[in-house]
Unconditional design. Structure first.
Length: 137
């Protein structure tokens, strides 16, 4: 998959146009505030880092999506266990939970390594923002 920093730049331009317009539709205060903050911290220098982060997010999603367990003779993803957690049968819920946690433990090392890499990358992004005179977010 290819990442498109140009898309993020175009989104930033559109966001800035809306903010500069002074429009403030009723009920849109919070999204406008969020756009303002995003606009203030946006830095073109961070686009390669954000692309790298997106790759890591996709890697994380792939690991999680591949987690399956056997439940009553059927292979289920851990997401497909959600309805079982609503069961009134405590033993069934507990069994499903244990199976899911055992499965998650198999990916613990790779998820932990990915988390550390993402944390380091996000710190690099934050440092670039501070270099530009912005407070730590």
């Amino acid at each position: 998959m290819k990442y498109r920093p140009n898309g993020w730049q175009a989104n930033q331009v559109l966001k800035q146009k809306l903010l500069d317009s002074g429009l403030s539709p009723k009920g849109f205060e919070i999204p406008l505030h969020n756009m303002q903050v995003e606009s203030e911290i946006f830095r073109n220098e961070n686009l390669p880092l954000l692309s790298e982060e997106q790759k890591m997010v996709n890697e994380y999603d792939g690991i999680i999506a591949a987690q399956t367990i056997m439940w009553k003779g059927k292979e289920l993803t851990t997401t497909q266990l959600q309805p079982i957690y609503l069961s009134l049968d405590r033993n069934e819920r507990e069994k499903a939970w244990h199976l899911e946690m055992q499965r998650k433990l198999l990916d613990r090392q790779s998820l932990n390594q990915l988390w550390v890499k993402m944390l380091e990358l996000r710190n690099r992004v934050a440092n670039k923002r501070r270099i530009c005179g912005l407070p730590r977010v």
